[in-house]
Write a protein that binds this ligand. Structure first.
Ligand code: GRF
Length: 202
């Protein structure tokens, strides 16, 4: 399975995925490109160190559809079969999503559908929930709303700050994203409405 990863920032989830692919924890796969919409994304250097091709495709005042079309073109050129968003800070246009039906994953640092959008860990912390976590989901045209692939729970401790909670969630994110991609690459699943059901053939 040829994987393309989109980032905008530090790229710790991207690095976790690349390492899992290279160590075959995610089997039969290759990360063929990491694309950033920000030239200064820290993740770019991390990807290069792992010998993964990187591209910077900035929006540069273009319409979203135009920007996305360029990214889709580069993914298609490399025969990408699974797109993983890893801290990619943009909503995808309908054309992007239609180019990769049920082949785009995202990770979000809360238990969806709670706390969509930016700073989900702080939203959860300030709301006072006793547990939060992270979610890997398919991407659709709305923010953090596609069918859920996998989730992990993280307890909120009495002495937590928003930062300490975010750090523990991030550790779980790395493990969760790898598990979720391995399951999707395995292919033994079906999507019924909003439900992603694994071991569909057994
Ligand atoms: C992660 O918390 C991810 O859940 C969210 O953005 C952050 C990206 O972090 N979508 P990193 O770039 O993977 O380190």
């Amino acid at each position: 399975m040829k994987i393309g990863i989109l980032i905008s920032g530090r790229g710790s989830n991207m690095t976790a995925i690349v390492e899992a692919v290279q160590s075959k924890q995610i089997p039969s796969s290759e990360v063929v490109v990491v694309i950033s919409d920000k030239a200064d994304a820290g993740g770019l250097q991390k990807a290069k160190k792992k010998n993964v091709e990187t591209l910077v495709i900035e929006k540069n005042g273009r319409k979203r559809a135009e920007h996305d079309a360029e990214i889709v073109g580069e993914l298609e050129k490399r025969n990408v079969e699974l797109v993983c968003l890893a801290g990619y800070m943009r909503l995808l246009s309908p054309n992007f999503i239609q180019a990769f039906p049920n082949k785009i994953l995202n990770i979000h640092p809360s238990l969806l559908p709670s706390f969509k959008g930016l700073d989900a860990q702080t939203q959860a912390f300030e709301y006072g929930v006793k547990f939060s976590g992270c979610t890997v989901h398919f991407v659709d045209e709305s923010l953090d709303s596609g069918a859920i692939v996998a989730q992990k729970i993280v307890d909120v401790k009495d002495d937590d700050t928003a930062e300490s909670l975010a750090a523990r969630i991030l550790e779980k994110e790395h493990a969760l994203y790898i598990e979720a991609i391995a399951k999707i690459v395995g292919g033994n699943f079906k999507i019924e409405g909003r439900r992603v059901i694994f071991n569909a053939l057994t």
